[in-house]
Design a protein around this ligand. Structure first.
Ligand code: G6P
Ligand code: MG
Length: 220
């Protein structure tokens, strides 16, 4: 296997933002009688903002007009942006910086492939934007995960083949997107969310590039 690029999902892989997204939804959904709990929040990992709202509505057996949906999403994002003001490098998940440094030193290209429209803000607040060659995020308005488009766009911009890219994801939809793109996948987190990946780790803490490559070689 010859890799040229590592593509990191952002939320839940690089930065611990899942609870901030959760808190933001909790600020705006109760007034419409919509319930969002931890289990439902986990299903929103790697889903775009609109896809997240659609899942929340479906789960609650509700429909809302387009204008109300737009308003809800805008207000959810205002809350999220406020919460981001308090974010710093302490939000980086364990092991991610050493892995990035190691991959960079090994000559791999580094990219972020995220559904979030706030990816640049999170990367800057955590101080690691400059470590990545490329960020492809939700502002590109590409079909959202599990569609492969976001990851394929990374490969296209890095002028590399999909099977030379390795995606690191914390969500089932993200792993499905990586596989649909014909890329290698590493799951980070519980088996229920990442069990479909080529290889899986509970977290990236103490996981070296050599560990990842050895596990992939075994899975290949
Ligand atoms: C990531 C997160 C999702 C979030 C999505 C959109 O994929 O895992 O929970 O809904 O980004 O984020 P945004 O910042 O655009 O609302
Ligand atoms: Mg994620």
């Amino acid at each position: 296997m010859r890799l040229t690029a590592l593509i990191f999902d952002l939320d839940g892989v690089i930065a611990d933002t899942s609870d901030l997204h959760f808190q933001s939804w909790l600020q705006v959904t109760p007034e419409y009688g919509l319930l969002v709990d931890h289990a439902l929040n986990d299903r929103l990992r790697s889903r775009s903002r609109r896809a997240s709202l659609e899942i929340i509505l479906a789960e609650n057996g509700r429909e809302l007009s387009e204008s109300v949906c737009e308003d809800l999403m805008a207000r959810k994002n205002q809350v999220y942006l406020q919460l981001l003001q308090g974010m710093d490098a302490s939000a980086l998940l364990p092991g991610v910086v050493p892995l990035i440094e190691e991959a960079s030193a090994a000559g791999l290209r580094l990219a972020v492939g995220s559904a979030s429209r706030n990816a640049e803000a999170v990367l800057r607040r955590t101080g690691i934007r400059d470590r990545f060659d490329l960020v492809v995020d939700g502002n590109r308005d590409l079909p959202s995960k599990p569609a492969p488009d976001l990851f394929l766009e990374v490969a296209r911009q890095l002028a590399t083949l999909p099977d030379r890219c390795l995606v690191i994801e914390d969500a089932d939809v993200g792993i499905r997107a990586a596989q649909a793109a014909g890329m290698w996948s590493v799951g980070v987190g519980p088996v229920e969310q990442t069990g479909q990946a080529h290889v899986r780790f509970d977290s990236l803490e103490h996981v070296t590039l050599a560990d990842v490559l050895a596990a992939l070689a075994e899975a290949a």
